[in-house]
Design a protein around this ligand. Structure first.
Ligand code: NAD
Length: 366
């Protein structure tokens, strides 16, 4: 890494993105503090147990804490020169059911992270995992094809010139975080960067119906569970495999002076844009089985087509997604198959199958 990191705080470090980056930092001999409220069901503990078996686990500290708790967060961040802020209320449907919880975790939580970063004497870099949902529904004309929607013409996708016009609470709370991250660079000179991520997926993701659909589909195929599709399944997303995410974070640190204060799209781009029906067809082929697919009403403000233009990140960081969506889905499915016993146990519990219990618990502790 060009930017020398000696100690990192990873909020949401028991979650999918956090644990994968924490592992990568340990590989590099960085001291890591995982900070998580373990709200996301049993998967978080399993992820941390896995991390604690790392050869450099003597450099790992796991702190159970909430990003809404400023003092506890500040204590955990002591001495850190990097913060990856990945903790969040992550579900769009649940943000509509419980907007206050979503607001408190995503807005106040991000504000706390920035205030903690500002108080440190280490001048830390801060990476914020924003989302493409900050752009809301793109105003481009669509065409409906046999298995998918697409933008008309030869558009590369939504770029950073698009307005931040989130249409639902999750998009809005993440957009507020995104703007604060920029403001703290502008005003206090914090080395912050915001990645507006598309649909990330890969091993150690505990996908459920409300969030993490690729991992959820892989799990459903491996376990033979039925899948509910909201809409007709032709909705398109660009998929971003986790190893590509990790690489982008490293490159951002290498080039922190170039990217500080920016909001940058990060996704699989047009080449890795795929519909739900297409992923299902591919999983049928991989698994040699069919699962029961039920179709129900569209979710409010669900994009029929979204993929992100990755021109800026290519230009600034020389980053391109290396893992194609087919390879990524195959590796995710293989991870599920290799861990089938433990995954089956997680999905048997109500906390493993849904994020609702997490939001309920967060409401009580807010
Ligand atoms: N997965 C995606 O496709 C995707 C896409 C765009 C953006 N993002 C963003 O990336 C980040 C990571 O997402 P993920 O997929 O790893 O989700 P995840 O749910 O696997 O991880 C989030 C972690 O945050 C923890 N957490 C939740 N509320 C907390 C709180 N109040 N205090 C402390 N910890 C808390 C959870 O327990 C969980 O371990 C999030 O900020 C999310 O908004 C994710």
């Amino acid at each position: 890494m060009g930017y020398e990191v000696s100690k990192a705080l990873v909020t949401g470090g028991a979650g999918f993105v956090g644990v994968n980056y924490a592992k990568h930092l340990l590989d590099r001999g960085v001291e890591v503090v995982v900070y998580d409220n373990f709200g996301r069901g049993p998967g978080g503990k399993i992820n941390c147990e896995w991390l604690s078996k790392h050869p450099n686990a003597n450099k790992l500290e796991v702190v159970e804490g909430d990003v809404r708790d400023f003092e506890s967060l500040k204590k955990a961040a002591s001495g850190c020169d990097l913060i990856l802020h990945a903790a969040a209320q992550v579900s769009v449907p649940l943000s509509m059911e419980e907007p206050k919880v979503d607001f408190e975790i995503n807005v106040l939580g991000t504000f706390n992270v920035l205030e903690v970063a500002r108080s440190l004497n280490t001048d830390p870099a801060v990476i914020y995992t924003s989302t493409n949902k900050v752009y809301g529904i793109p105003e481009y004309e669509l065409v409906e094809l046999e298995t998918r929607y697409d933008f008309t013409g030869d558009l590369l996708g939504v770029d950073e010139k698009a307005q931040l016009k989130a249409e639902e609470p999750y998009g809005a709370s993440k957009a507020v975080g995104d703007l604060y991250v920029k403001a703290y660079h502008n005003i206090y000179g914090l080395k912050t960067v915001s990645f507006r991520c598309s649909c990330m997926y890969g091993p150690r993701q505990w996908g459920v119906e409300e969030q993490g659909w690729v991992a959820w589909f892989c799990t459903a195929f491996a376990l033979g569970y039925p899948i509910t599709i909201f809409g007709n399944g032709k909705q398109v997303r660009d998929l971003l495999y986790i190893s590509d995410v990790v690489e982008a974070f490293d490159l951002a640190l290498d080039n922190i002076d170039k990217v500080a204060g920016l909001g940058i799209n990060l996704g699989g781009g047009k080449e890795n844009a795929v519909s739900l029906l297409e992923v299902i067809a591919y999983l049928e082929q991989l698994s040699g089985r069919k699962v029961d697919i039920q179709f129900t009403d569209w979710r409010p403000f669900d994009n029929k087509c979204y993929y992100t233009d990755i021109t800026l990140v290519k230009k600034l960081l020389g980053w391109i997604p290396k893992v194609s969506w087919r390879d990524g889905v195959r590796m995710t499915y293989e991870w599920v198959k290799e861990n089938l016993e433990v995954i089956e146990e997680v999905y048997r519990s109500k906390e493993g199958r849904s994020l609702r219990p997490m939001v309920e618990a967060a409401k009580k502790h807010g």
